[in-house]
Design a protein around this ligand. Structure first.
Ligand SMILES: N[C@@H](CCC(=O)N[C@@H](CS)C(=O)NCC(=O)O)C(=O)O
Length: 207
């Protein structure tokens, strides 16, 4: 008998999808999840059915519940499923808020990276210098803020540290001209160490 599984819509380049894929692996849930590779720009019907915005990641649940959108929500949902692995989001209190804050820093840094990718795809003469410059400056400040969170990042693995890895690795993948490693060697060393974990190695972005 075929066992129904969650369907997680992803691409091999999406840093938002990567966060949810790492959570799924760290929680030992991959036997319950089918990763469906899609190109969101083709507006595939199955993705639109799961996410009206047509963005990845999107999660079609195996229990008939409403599909879920947004990497942070999907990560929290996957983290709450029964698993014998450690939780990735503290249950409450200031610890939960601190992890969520770092997760937001990572996700917002990812927003800037993805914006830069799309803008750089436009013909050079139509690229908007104001926004390119603004997004790069926002990114550089967000990376500085993550550097200030190294104590939390070096602590137990969490949805915060996972979102931070996805974000920083996406700069190395898509924007090698942005040298964030020289000003932040400790953060760069942390990223390199984390990238060796199996869940990150298995989800390294590629075209
Ligand atoms: N806030 C969303 C952002 C998702 C997102 O922007 N995904 C990108 C891929 S990295 C996408 O699907 N882009 C297609 C588009 O912009 O049409 C999340 O955290 O999941």
């Amino acid at each position: 008998m075929r066992v129904m599984a969650h369907k997680l819509y992803i691409s091999h380049t999406s840093p938002f999808a990567r966060t949810t894929r790492v959570v799924a692996r760290e929680k030992g849930l991959m036997d319950r999840i089918e990763e469906v590779v899609v190109d969101p720009f083709q507006d595939p019907a199955e993705l639109i059915a799961a996410n009206p915005a047509g963005l990845i990641p999107a999660l079609e649940r195996d229990d008939g519940g409403k599909p879920m959108i947004d990497s942070a929500l999907i990560a929290a949902w996957l983290d709450h499923l029964p698993s014998d692995k450690p939780g990735l989001l503290p249950a409450g209190g200031p610890e939960r808020l601190a992890v969520r804050q770092v997760e937001s820093l990572g996700r917002t840094l990812t927003d800037k990276s993805v914006n830069l990718v799309y803008e750089k795809r436009r013909p050079a003469e139509r690229q908007h210098e104001f926004y390119l410059d603004r997004w790069r400056r926002q990114a550089s400040r967000l990376i500085g803020a993550l550097d200030g969170e190294l104590a939390l990042l070096r602590g137990p693995l969490s949805v915060g540290s996972i979102a931070a890895v996805s974000a920083l690795a996406h700069y190395d993948f898509r924007h090698p001209e942005i040298d964030w490693r020289t000003p932040y060697p400790a953060l760069a060393g942390w990223l390199d160490e984390m990238s060796e974990r199996e869940s990150f190695a298995q989800t390294k972005p590629y075209e």
